[in-house]
Unconditional design. Structure first.
Length: 484
C-alpha cells in the first residue's frame, strides 16, 4: 500500500528531535532519549525512508549514567555530523546543569568516545558546523541571563568557537539570532549552500504551535535575515492528523536534492486530542526557490515501517531497542531468557494499535507495564499464581482487577485497541495460560498521554521484577494491530 509520508512516520514511536547526516550513500540519524539508557539511538538508511537501528551512542556509565535522570530530563536534542572520517554527536545532559558535550566515533555503530565536555556553557540543543577557515562553531539555544538581549527575550540562539579536542571555548558566546517572532527559538542547525549560510530553527514551542523557521547570512556568524515565508513549515491551527511539527534537520542527497527530517505527533480522541506514542520522526522533501528552502510533504512510503519483533533473548547482548529508565540493563538468565530485576527493561511503543506479549515463568513475581513516567502507568503483575491489573495516575494508584494464572508458563498480554470513550485508545490487559486467553481489565488510554502527564516522551513497554528477586522472562512479541 502506498502511504503518505506526511501522515506516516518513517521512524514511528518515541523518537523525537531527529538529526541526520549523509556519508557517501548512507544516511545516519539520531534522536533524543531523555532519561532512558542506553542513550541516543542511532540508525542507518540508504533512502531516508527505511531505517535500521545500528546501536546507541551512549552505552557506558562514563557517557551517561543509567537511572539518575528524572522523567523527561537527561539527554536532549543531539546533532550528528561527519567530517574527515569522524562522526560527531553533540548533545545536552540537562541533569548536569545543561551540560553540553561531544562524543566521537569512526564507526557510527560504536564504540563512541567518552564525553568531551564544554564546562559552564549551559543551554540546550547544540549544533556543530565548520567555517571556511576550518574552525568549529557550536550553535545552541541559550538560556543564560548574561546573554539576554536588550528586549529581554530568552531563549535566544547563541554561538561560540570551540576546540573539540580539548573541550574548551575559544571565545565568548554571542547571540546570533533572536528568532522570527514566535516563542521559544531553539533547535538550531547551520548549513552551507552556495554563498549562503542557513540557520534552521524550531519556534513556537514543541506543542501545537511548533514550527520550522529559517534565516540566512553570507557569514557563519551572521548577521542573519529571516525568510519572508517564515515559518516555512507548521501544522498549527489545522485539522491535519499530524501535529506539533518542528525541530527539523536538513540533509543533502547524493544527487544534490535536499530532504528534511522533523518531529510530529499523532493525536487522537476528543479535544484536545491525545498523543501517546511520543514525538515521532517524519520526512519531507525540500526544494530551493530564490535561495530559500521550501518544504513539500508529497513523499510516499511504499510500505509502513516494520515495527513487529520477537525476542527470545538467546544472544549474549540485548538488541539495541531495549532501554531502561531507572538502572542498568539485565543479564541473561542461567536457565535461558533474561533475568529482569527491580530496574525496568523497556521498549518503545511503535504504533497506535498494537499487542505485546511477555512469556514468563509462572513462579516469577513480575510486572508488565505500559509506562509514560513513574506517575502515569498501567501494569499487569504476576505474583503467587495471580495476575492483577493496577493503574497509577498522578498521586492515585489502584487495583483494577485480578484473575488466577495457571500452568508452568504464563504469557502476560496487553493490547492498545480502539477507544470506547473519548480517549485515543483503550489498553486492555490479560493472560494466556493453560486455560486459554482471557482479558482482565481495560483502561482509558488518555491518562497515559503527554496531554495528561506532560513531558517530552512517549509510552514504553516495561518488564520488571516485583521485589528484589530476579524474574525470568523467556520471550516477548510485539505486533502492530490494524493499519495506522
Amino acid at each position: 500500500m502506498i502511504r503518505d509520508a506526511a501522515t506516516t512516520p518513517v521512524i514511528p514511536g518515541f523518537f523525537p528531535d531527529p538529526s541526520a547526516c549523509r556519508v557517501g550513500e548512507d544516511y545516519f540519524l539520531v534522536n533524543s532519549s531523555f532519561e532512558y539508557a542506553p542513550g541516543i539511538p542511532i540508525r542507518r538508511s540508504r533512502d531516508l525512508l527505511t531505517w535500521t537501528q545500528i546501536g546507541n551512542v551512549l552505552t557506558r556509565e562514563a557517557q551517561f549514567p543509567a537511572g539518575v535522570s528524572e522523567a523527561s530530563r537527561g539527554i536532549y536534542a543531539p546533532t550528528i555530523r561527519h567530517r574527515d572520517g569522524t562522526f560527531f554527536v553533540v548533545v545536552t545532559n540537562v541533569e548536569r546543569g545543561d551540560e553540553q558535550f561531544v562524543v566521537t566515533a569512526t564507526d557510527p555503530a560504536g564504540p563512541w568516545s567518552d564525553p568531551i565536555v564544554f564546562p559552564g556553557l549551559g543551554g540546550i540543543d547544540p549544533d556543530l558546523a565548520w567555517g571556511d577557515d576550518g574552525r568549529c562553531v557550536l550553535t545552541y539555544c541559550a538560556l543564560d541571563e548574561a546573554l539576554r538581549p536588550e528586549d529581554g527575550s530568552l531563549p535566544v540562539i547563541a554561538q561560540v568557537h570551540v576546540d573539540l579536542d580539548r573541550g574548551v571555548l575559544l571565545d565568548e558566546p554571542r547571540v546570533i539570532w533572536r528568532g522570527s517572532g514566535l516563542a521559544h527559538p531553539e533547535g538550531p542547525h547551520l548549513y552551507r549552500r552556495g554563498e549562503w549560510w542557513y540557520l534552521l530553527t524550531a519556534e513556537g514551542g514543541t506543542e501545537r504551535g511548533h514550527a520550522v523557521c529559517v534565516a540566512r547570512s553570507r557569514a557563519i556568524d551572521g548577521p542573519f535575515e529571516a525568510a519572508p515565508a517564515n515559518p516555512i513549515f507548521s501544522r498549527r491551527s489545522t485539522g491535519f492528523p499530524v501535529q506539533n511539527t518542528g525541530h527539523a534537520d536538513l540533509v543533502e542527497r547524493p544527487d544534490g536534492s535536499w530532504a528534511m527530517v522533523y518531529l510530529g505527533v499523532r493525536p487522537r480522541g476528543f479535544t484536545p486530542g491525545f498523543h501517546v506514542a511520543g514525538r515521532e520522526t517524519f520526512l519531507a522533501r525540500v526544494a530551493w526557490v530564490d535561495d530559500w528552502p521550501v518544504v513539500h510533504t508529497d513523499d510516499v512510503l511504499l510500505e509502513r515501517p516494520n515495527t513487529a519483533f520477537t525476542d527470545d533473548f538467546a544472544t549474549a547482548d540485548l538488541h539495541p531497542r531495549w532501554v531502561s529508565p531507572d538502572g542498568p540493563l539485565p543479564d541473561r538468565h542461567p536457565a535461558g531468557g533474561v533475568a529482569v530485576g527491580p530496574h525496568e527493561i523497556a521498549v518503545r511503543v511503535r504504533d497506535l494499535r498494537w499487542r505485546f506479549e511477555a512469556r514468563v515463568d509462572a513462579s516469577a513475581a513480575v510486572a508488565l507495564r505500559v509506562r509514560l513516567d513513574e506517575h502515569h502507568w498501567y501494569a499487569i503483575t504476576l505474583q503467587a499464581e495471580t495476575a492483577e491489573v493496577r493503574a497509577r495516575i498522578g498521586p492515585l494508584e489502584a487495583s483494577i482487577g485480578s484473575a488466577p494464572a495457571t500452568g508452568d508458563v504464563v504469557t502476560l498480554l496487553v493490547e492498545a485497541v480502539d477507544a470506547t470513550h473519548d480517549g485515543p485508545d483503550d489498553l486492555r490487559f490479560g493472560v494466556l495460560d493453560e486455560d486459554g486467553e482471557r482479558w482482565i481489565a481495560a483502561l482509558d488510554g488518555r491518562y497515559l498521554s503527554t496531554e495528561v502527564a506532560g513531558g517530552f516522551t512517549g509510552r514504553v513497554l516495561g518488564l520488571r521484577a516485583v521485589g528484589s528477586t530476579p524474574a525470568r522472562v523467556t520471550g516477548v512479541r510485539y505486533l502492530p494491530l490494524g493499519d495506522d
